[in-house]
Design a protein around this ligand. Structure first.
Ligand code: HEM
Length: 496
């Protein structure tokens, strides 16, 4: 009798387990709908048949957007309308801003890491943080503090490091890695008042940076799955990449909480870092943690990415390098005694600003950015968008559209930004590299000062040569554009 009961129990358990797995499978398949669309674009996306012809997914999307008469396409299998049309961009980021929030699918993807941080929320919580953060980031004292951090990191770490690498026999090293370490050091000092000291190549990169890299990579993979159910089920069962992600996020949270507690012990009222500033208004530690993590994500990889592609382009355009040197000699003096530029000098270097903008036109650090349509809508180019559709504007493709930038759109020409030698910006909806409209990047000015400081200091002091200049950059999947394999360079100190 007992053995009959046991057999029945096993049979019942096996049946229930198999039925649950089967139901789950049906649920996931219905959500992914692999059979729902047989169009060429969807088939190509799912089978990756675009990859032999194009280096990057963004290059394939650019090709499709250039072919589309409206500059807009719809990828059915992703439920994603993608546009490179400036009128549509203005409509979604300004005119009908309320109808195109980040939306729940986005906050679900990043929510485990970012919680209620500014990057990941809409509505009142976003408005509150935006108001507070724009007051802080717009203040003269915070901007001067940011420049002090950047100048000190350049003079005391970046230049000595590159000088020690310069001229080493066969000395090839990865400039992208150096920029990632540099921007992590500066954004941590700016956000937390904490110096992780990553720019010492002999030291292992900090635990926080390692966990951050892993989390960004795995979160980007979440965003690329054809259906959110794939990662949601993996997260529920704590499997594979989701298990690793959980551990990385836990490590980031623990480290961030430690920083907050230390800051509270040491006192914050006289400090200039963002965390200390926010502590004056907010006393919820978890909320503080979320806000500061959003800033790390916003300000780290973006700056490193922009610098990497800038140096890649400049290395292929000696005339641009020469023009930057000539301008900086005129503004800062011909010797390299002055290693970094001050605010006034930077304002006077119009060519440098133009070269920076031009480089991000071709290689925007955030190659595309998505919103979710709240109510059915019609974009200015006539595209009908139903409620719940993901709508993506694509700065990478926009920089390569003849109808936006003219026949020479693929050429690197800083002069296109200058009129009588003076920098002239264009509509931010034509150039949404820092997003545009109501939710435009809050760190834009600080980022530009940081990047221009690095560019001018290194170009004045060193000859930097890319080892494989003709190789087009291939990007790793990620929230921000990171070059696969880094940027191997050789470096020589200039004799002046
Ligand atoms: C080249 C460097 C940078 C680029 C290209 C860039 C680009 C962007 C983009 C595209 C967004 C919109 C993202 C979205 O809503 O999904 C954004 C938002 C934001 N950025 Fe930047 N960013 C850069 C540097 C920085 C830096 C250094 C900081 C901080 C000091 C920063 C702070 C922010 C913040 C706080 C937001 C959120 C604004 C909001 O949601 O209201 N960014 N940035």
């Amino acid at each position: 009798m007992e053995s009959l009961k046991a057999s029945f129990g096993i049979l019942f358990f096996t049946f229930t387990f198999s039925f649950s797995i089967f139901s789950l499978l049906i649920f996931v398949l219905r959500a992914i709908k692999p059979w729902s669309c047989g169009c060429e674009v969807c088939r190509s996306y799912l089978t990756r048949s675009w990859s032999p012809e194009f280096d990057n997914l963004s290059d394939w999307f650019t090709h499709l957007l250039r072919k589309s008469p409206t500059g807009t396409i719809h990828v059915h299998v992703l439920g994603n309308t993608i546009t490179a049309n400036p009128d549509n961009v203005e409509y979604m980021l300004k005119t009908r801003f309320d109808n195109f929030p980040k939306g729940k699918p986005f906050s679900a993807i990043l929510g485990d890491l970012l919680g209620k941080g500014i990057f990941n929320v809409d509505g009142d919580s976003w408005k509150f943080q935006r108001k507070m953060a724009s007051l802080e980031l717009g203040s003269v004292s915070i901007r001067s503090h940011a420049l002090e951090i950047v100048s000190s990191e350049i003079q005391n770490r970046l230049i000595p490091l590159l000088s020690s690498e310069a001229g080493k026999n066969g000395g090839v090293f990865d400039l992208q890695d150096v920029f990632r370490r540099f921007s992590f050091d500066t954004i941590c000092q700016f956000s937390f008042g904490l110096d992780p000291g990553c720019l010492q190549l002999d030291l292992p990169i900090s635990d926080l940076a390692v966990a951050f890299d892993l989390a960004s990579k795995l979160l980007a993979e979440r965003a690329m799955t054809a259906s959110p159910w794939v990662w949601k089920v993996k997260r529920l069962l704590n499997l594979g990449s989701e298990k690793k992600l959980k551990a990385a996020i836990k490590a980031i949270h623990v480290l961030a909480e430690e920083v907050i507690q230390n800051r509270q012990k040491l006192g914050f009222s006289t400090q200039n870092d963002l965390l200390s500033r926010f502590m004056g208004t907010i006393n919820d530690d978890r909320y503080l943690r979320d806000i500061v993590i959003s800033f790390l994500l916003a300000g780290r990889d973006t700056v490193a990415s922009a610098l990497t592609t800038f140096f890649w382009l400049v290395a292929q355009h000696p005339e641009v390098e020469a023009a930057i040197r000539e301008e900086s000699d005129r503004v800062m003096g011909p010797t390299v005694q002055e290693q970094t530029a001050n605010f006034k000098q930077m304002k006077e270097m119009h060519y440098l600003q133009a070269a920076m903008y031009e480089s991000m036109r071709l290689y925007p650090p955030v190659q595309f950015d998505s919103k979710f349509c709240q109510e059915d809508d019609i974009l200015p180019d006539g595209t009908y968008v139903t409620k719940g559709t993901r709508v993506t504007y694509h700065p990478y493709a926009m920089g390569r559209m003849e109808r936006v930038w003219g026949n020479d759109c693929l050429e690197f020409k800083p002069e296109r930004w200058l009129q009588d030698g003076v920098f002239r910006p264009v509509s931010p909806f034509k150039y949404p590299v820092f997003q545009a409209g109501i939710r435009v990047c809050l760190g834009k000015e600080i980022a530009l000062v940081e990047m221009k400081s690095v560019a001018v200091s290194l170009i004045r002091q060193f000859d930097i040569r890319v080892v494989t200049p003709s190789q087009m950059p291939r990007f790793l999947p990620g929230l921000t554009a990171t070059v696969r394999g880094g940027l191997p360079v050789t470096i020589q100190e200039r004799r002046l």
